[in-house]
Design a protein around this ligand. Sequence first.
Ligand code: PRX
Length: 681
Amino acid sequence: MSEEKEKEVTETSEAEIAVHWGEEEYINPPRSFVAQANLTDEKVFERFSLENFPNCFKEYADLLDWYEYWHTILDTSDAPCFKWFVGGKINASYNCVDRHLAKNKNKTAIHFVPELEEEKVEHVTYQELYVRVNEFAAILRDYCGLKAGDRVTLHMPMVAELPITMLACARLGIIHSQVFGGFSGQACADRIIDSGSEYLITMDAYYRSGQLIDHKEKADIAVAQAAKEGQTVKKVLVWQRYPGKYSAATPMVEGRDVFVNELLKDTYGKRIDPVPLPAESVLFLMYTSGTTGKPKGAQHSLGGYLSYVAGTSKYIQDIHPEDVYWCMADIGWITGHSYIVYGPLALCASTVVYEGVPTYPDAGRSWRIAQNLDVNIFHTAPTAIRALRKIGPDEPAKYNYNFKHMTTVGEPIEPEVWRWYYNVVGKGKAAIVDTWWQTETGGFLCSTVPGIDPMKPGSAGRGVPGIHPIVYDNDGNVVPPGAGKAGNICIQNPWPGMFQTIWGDRDRFVRQYFERYCKDPNSKRWQDWPYMTGDAAVVAADGYVRILGRIDDVINVSGHRLGTKELESAALVVPEVAEAAVVPVKHEIKGVEPDMYIALKPGFEASEELAKAVSAAIVKEIGAIARPRKVWIVPDMPKTRSGKIMRRVLGAISNGTDIGDVMTLANPEIVEAIQKMVQGK
Ligand code: PRX
């Protein structure tokens, strides 16, 4: 095996991972929710059974308007690059905007909430969205000369102009590649180069934690870096946070940088017909980090992706056109693409785009937004839930909002945290879905169907309709549900939302996601190509899937494999604990030992007693084998801009190895404080 290949194939866990995190009791979704749910017919699982695959997905395609109806639902001739709805012609911009005008033109499509509370919330109606998408599409076509199949890199913050830009690209078949606004200029450059973009679309500035940040400076770095590596960016289109006013300190580069708001003066009133495009054309690229090496561009299709996000938004998110839906994710991630922009807008919902930090200027902000916009569907990640629980455990009760439905996504949620979400945020009145999926999968893989299935804290649920998970051990044997063993979770069948390939790297696509469990590399049958997700999971007898984390997140202590999440969940049982992160520390005899990092809820002080209580809780919940080497009570966790705890940094501190570059963290200063505590220097 080549070195590159060896690194690419994810290190997998052994088949027999000891799973100590117990199954929780069922909790039924509130009756009031079920009474109004989009999907309450249990027969859906029969309709979407493997016997009825792939024809079942016609139901999802039929949620959309097609210029030409498709003739072949699934083409497997180039397996594992599957093509959905072949022969169909469709346009995403038309489906998310134009088709809603006849009945709903005056309805709000996007509520843009600026971070500063003294700034007015902007309510963009479907008619206004239509006008703005058309006018910007005119710039893309007539000023930039872009056409279907060209790639454009977007590096935009959370503003209404971001979905407008995406939908304008989609109108013409231009492939957008939105880079998370918090990423550096260098990260943006890497994506410009890989996608071969000749245009960069950005914004001058945006608010984060009360500061108006100069964002244009990143464009200068990105363009310079890309040029060094041979990719010329012809123009940088700069939206203005305050139209007509430039809010960045970095000067505009003459001849290269141009204000969108200037160009719009020439396209005012223009209408651009949506281009009917083949269903299997590319809608967008979404870069995600691989096991190693350069980021890979997950290439998402038009017809399949849009059908899948429309279907899952309707049945799992339970979006009705009259709902106000707020997903707190950033549009720079797949969650934002699928479940802020394309899914909700395809269903004619009102979707909230919030510019800033959920806890700015205080712990009540999120609940004020929910109250003021009358949000009834709320979607966020465990990391945000933990943060909100930590700094304002009593805040939700102070506000008068009514959630019917809430989502958690992105990492396993500890049952303790789930219960706070359910009881305090949802006030016991909202159904919760724990949706497990990935950048690559386009939409949900496992979740309960909220109008049908009971919830189980800590478990995502079974495969959503049409998704058939299977767990393999390292030798390719199936680990059956209820076996009490973990393994590598795969999906037996393709589905419309699945990415088509890695942009420009089909070999890597096949190698990384299929090679390991492929039954016959020459096969053209989908049955021979299970999709390997790279997660470890345990499936209970009832089919509910519990994700243990990435397969490389498993800690092997004396040959016992412990999911990091299990340890963290055990620590969270201690009432004072707000957040927990465990990392492996090298040990001469045991291989590794867990080191436990803890952040406390407000009002609590670190003490030896608390550290002992955490240790005891882990021993109690899991066993002496899991006893941490040390419990470090830290003032805060090092976090990425998107809020994920950087276990890598903690691991390096614990092991005394190089911590690498921490400047891209949201709170780099915390690293030094923790280092002092742990290493005494
Ligand atoms: O390990 C799983 C975890 O996040 C990974 C995918 O990350 P990303 O591509 O950034 O997409 C995040 C948004 C879908 C998965 O391989 N993950 C995602 N959702 C869950 C989860 N782990 C447990 N429970 C979830 N609900």
